[in-house]
Ligand binder design. Structure first.
Ligand SMILES: [Ca+2]
Ligand SMILES: [Ca+2]
Length: 173
């Protein structure tokens, strides 16, 4: 009896330690991994078209009512999605969100004449182009063959402006 209660205490202590240390470390690691994501201010858009309109307010109101609101709509960052977020969103009507880009090559180093795969994903944009490739979908991947070190440029244009991102493919000597 006594032994098992000590074990329970040890387990709770481990759980508390996990919450205080492991989770923040994991979050920091995740943020560091995403350094190729273009830095954009917090976007309050709900439907992903890059402009805050009454349709976004109505959408969030329905989501809150149905209890299925996504945490990405926690606009006041209090860990809950509720009417307070609706208020924050209503105050941002007509604001726009700059396109947000994730663009990388995998592998980033190849032998001369070798190939890599370019991967991209863009939010809050109406058009996306990659130099040398042309217009592409908002999300996709494409094989690229390189003879020498190359820098690929992706340009995304939306209501919030035009944003560019580059990714480098190095040729190993
Ligand atoms: Ca919108
Ligand atoms: Ca909130």
């Amino acid at each position: 009896m006594f032994g098992s209660s000590v074990d329970a205490k040890k387990i709770s202590l481990l759980v508390v330690l996990f919450i205080f240390f492991a989770i923040p470390v994991t979050l920091v690691a995740t943020l560091n991994r995403n350094t190729n994501v273009s830095q954009a201010a917090l976007c309050l858009d709900v439907d992903g078209d890059g402009v805050v309109k009454s349709t976004d307010v109505n959408l969030l109101r329905d989501e809150i009512k149905n209890g299925d609101a996504s945490l990405k709509n926690d606009f006041n960052a209090d860990g809950l999605v509720d009417n307070r977020d609706l208020t924050v969103l209503s105050r941002s009507l007509n604001s726009t969100c700059a396109p947000k880009i994730s663009f990388f090559a995998d592998p980033a180093t190849v032998a001369s004449g070798g190939s890599t795969i370019l991967h991209w994903s863009v939010d809050y944009a109406q058009s996306v182009t990659i130099d040398g490739v042309g217009a592409v979908e908002k999300e996709g991947n494409k094989k690229a063959t390189v003879q020498q070190t190359a820098i690929f440029t992706l340009t995304a244009t939306g209501s919030g402006g035009t944003v560019k991102a580059t990714t480098k493919v190095s040729v190993s000597p």
